[in-house]
Design a protein. Sequence first.
Length: 213
Amino acid sequence: MDNPFGDGGYRYSDAGHTEAHDYLLPAVRNILKKLDLPSAERQIFELGCGNGATAALLQGLGYAMVGVDPSEEGIAHARKAYPSLRLDLGSCYDDLASKYGQFPVVLSLEVVEHIFLPRLFARSVYGLLEPGGTAIISTPFHGYWKNLALAISGKLDNHFTALWDYGHIKFWSENTLSSLLEEAGLQVLDYVRVGRIPPLAKSMIAIARKIAR
């Protein structure tokens, strides 16, 4: 299925890391370390690989990386900077499992908040995972105290990015993201909050396992 909503509006000037990587990637590395995958199973599919910076870092840690992103600009930077990686144009609106198969781990960082049809995103993650495989999915955190702090500080307009073309269109809580993933057949095991103290976290990372239906 072709992506009916364009390339996501992302712009990349290079293949380097963004500010979000500073607080997301240490947590992702810690989660992967706890999974303790055997060498033969250190394979990750990255759904929304952007400019390839995350995939390149994880490849350097010994993981075989495959990924897709709808941004032509991002994939162009990724292919130029990281030619050894298999990073292609694509999105959760495509039949990714038929093309790429299944993986022990599916990683998707700061993507689901941009998806018009999030159930297709969750089904795509489920389809890409091997039975018992692990999904690692991050998105900006929303909770009572953080939302209250944003309202009091007058920063809600900036936070909700209304003037960002193709920006954040879904605002997830732990409850709503869990409902989305569990509906698709994923068992949510834990959440990790990153980028500030937990009640005011910038992002949350869901850790979920594919269960048999």
